[in-house]
Structure formats: C-alpha cells, structure tokens
Design a protein around this ligand. Structure first.
Ligand SMILES: Nc1nc2c(ncn2[C@@H]2O[C@H](COP(=O)(O)OP(=O)(O)O)[C@@H](O)[C@H]2O)c(=O)[nH]1
Ligand SMILES: [Mg+2]
Length: 313
C-alpha cells in the first residue's frame, strides 16, 4: 500500500484560472435549498410587496433565522436591520449585510499556494475534500499526501480516489505523520508537483495533544516551503451548524488557520452558521463542498453563495 505513484513530468508551472463549471451555480442552489427553506419560511411568500414588516413578521423571521442556524447574535442584528422596512426591501437588506460579513481569499493570493493542509474533526470531509481539490487543480500536476497514519483505511481511501482519478499519490510506512509529510514534500519538490494536498487524521478539537501533532506537521512543512505558499484549511461539516464555531475557535487558537472549507451543505439546513464563523474568526472560506462526487466542489464566491441562498430572482 505504501509508496507513491504518478507522473514525473513537470508541466509549466503557470497557474491557469480554474474553469467554472456551468452547472455549479445550479448545484449550489439545489444544495442550499434546505437552508433556504429554513431561512425563508412560508410567511415571506405571503408578504405583500410594500407591506412594512410587522412585529409578527419579525418574530417569524427571527424563528427562520434561528432555524437556518444563523446564530443568536447575528439574528438579533439582522432583525434590527430590517425593522420598519418594506417587505420588498427585506431580502436585499439581509443579503447585503451577510455579504458584508463574508470573506473569501484574494484570487491573486490563490496563485501562490503550493501546499494545502487539511485539518478538522473526524468525518468532516477531509479525505474526500483532499481528493476533490487535487482533481480540481489537476492541471498543476498535484500530489496527494496521505498523512492520516492513524487508520490504514484512511490511506486506502485516499489511494482509491487517486487511482480512480489518476492523481499522483504519496504514502509512507512511517507512523509519524510529520515524517510522512516531510518525505511527501521532498518528493513533490524533487518530482515537480506544483501543488500538494495533505490529508491528516481527525482530531477532536478539544484534544490538545493531538492538535500539537498538527502543529508539528506545520512546523516541519515550514522548513521546506515558505508560509506564503502554505494554506492550512479547517474542514467543517456544514450540517453541524453552530458546533462549527467551537471547532474553528480551537483550531484557530492552537494551530493557526488560513481559511475554511465547508462541506456537506447539501442535505443540511444549517449552513447559515458559516457567516458567524467568517465574522468571528476573520477566516475566509476557500471552498464549498456539496456532495460526494469528485466534482462536487468549487471556490467559495460569497455573492454567488448568497444569491443561491436567497434566490436571485
Ligand atoms: N453529502 C456530502 N457528503 C460528503 C461531503 N464531503 C464528504 N462527504 C461524506 O462524508 C463522509 C466523511 O468524509 P471523509 O472525507 O472520510 O471525512 P474525514 O474523516 O474528515 O476524512 C464520507 O462518507 C463522505 O463521502 C459533501 O460535501 N456532501
Ligand atoms: Mg479522513
């Protein structure tokens, strides 16, 4: 099982902008339909065009915002914002405010990335996302590094994706994940993989010793590449709602994060929580995952996300 496979050829290291799939917006809309349903409950459709929102409307809206897991603080803020607002203005006001809280990486900064390290709790979607991203960046001759040494099954899971989608793959018999990463990066640098994606094992965010292992991996990586080339991304299961906030807090404090990946926004009505996380921790969302297939991922575009959430009609 251990070893590597893949191409030795080094393509030109020009970073080509990723081609947006036409169907992505539609998929995003479908995936967010449950959160949208929670957010815009039936009363919204019943509102007369120019009605000023009454206290009953505001109460309904408040329930909806809580249902979509927007969180108590932001709910309060949004309700305050739309008081005395005609109904036809309400959605635009909500959208504008959420847009003002949203953070996404600067496209220029994206071009520097040489290594993306995934961290997060068990089951958040790290391994799946690692593979999806390598596929998304396949023009850059990416390398997958299997550093979840706790479970042989995790290495096999990543290897399976690599074989299926013809992606370069590295694993090692070493059980120390930092050593695997060091070897993997040395391999990537010698072979000429322009970007590497590192899968790590799941940590309970409250297990400080395990998080220290991630700190060690990061330290080892920074001996091989500069911090400008590294992104440490916390993978969050979007169906976890407000629980994501606590995870972001600990990983940010203990490890230091560059951004977030939100997975499983399909099948969840709690995607609203991501706004509070962006605001509280000043962390941009890099990618959004909306399914189990290899192409169910794309860059986070806050305007597109909010349009998909509220409807762009
Ligand atoms: N519906 C859905 N399932 C996902 C998504 N991302 C991952 N999963 C599933 O979530 C489960 C856990 O994913 P995995 O990548 O193994 O999580 P890890 O423990 O963090 O590595 C798997 O069954 C994945 O297929 C997503 O965006 N949508
Ligand atoms: Mg995994």
């Amino acid at each position: 099982m251990f070893g590597w496979f893949g191409s030795k050829k080094t393509p030109e290291s020009t970073v080509t902008p990723l081609v947006r799939k036409d169907s992505w917006y539609q998929r995003l809309k479908n995936s967010l339909s449950q959160t949208k349903g929670a957010l815009l409950g039936p009363f919204v459709r019943l509102l007369g065009y120019k009605d000023t929102l009454t206290s009953e409307h505001l109460l309904e809206l408040k329930k909806n915002l809580i249902r979509a897991d927007i969180g108590p603080q932001l709910t309060k803020e949004l309700i305050h914002l739309v008081q005395n607002t005609p109904a036809n203005d309400m959605i635009n006001k909500l959208k504008d405010h959420l847009l003002s809280l949203s953070l996404q990486p600067n496209p220029e900064a994206l071009k520097n990335i040489k290594v993306i390290m995934m961290v997060g709790v068990n089951g958040a979607g790290k391994t799946t996302t690692t593979a999806k991203l390598a596929n998304l960046y396949r023009d850059l001759n990416p390398l997958l590094i299997a550093a979840d040494t706790y479970r042989a099954a995790a290495i096999e899971q990543l290897q399976h994706w690599a074989k299926k989608y013809n992606l370069n793959f590295f694993s090692s018999e070493t059980t120390d994940p930092a050593a695997v990463v060091f070897q993997g990066m040395a391999h990537a640098l010698s072979v000429g993989n322009n970007i590497s994606f590192i899968d790590t094992s799941g940590r309970l965010h409250n297990n400080k010793n395990l998080i220290q292992e991630l700190v060690k991996i990061k330290r080892v990586l920074l001996k091989q590449i500069s911090s400008a080339d590294l992104r440490v991304l916390l993978v969050l299961d979007g169906s976890q709602g407000q629980n994501m906030i606590e995870q972001a807090k600990t990983f940010q404090q203990e490890l230091g994060l560059d951004g977030l990946v939100i997975t499983k926004i399909d099948g969840s009505s709690k995607a609203g929580a991501i706004f509070e996380i962006m605001r509280s921790y000043k962390l941009p969302v890099y990618f959004i995952g909306c399914g189990e297939s290899v192409d169910d991922i794309d860059h986070f575009d806050s305007k597109e996300f909010i349009d998909a959430l509220f409807g762009d009609e």
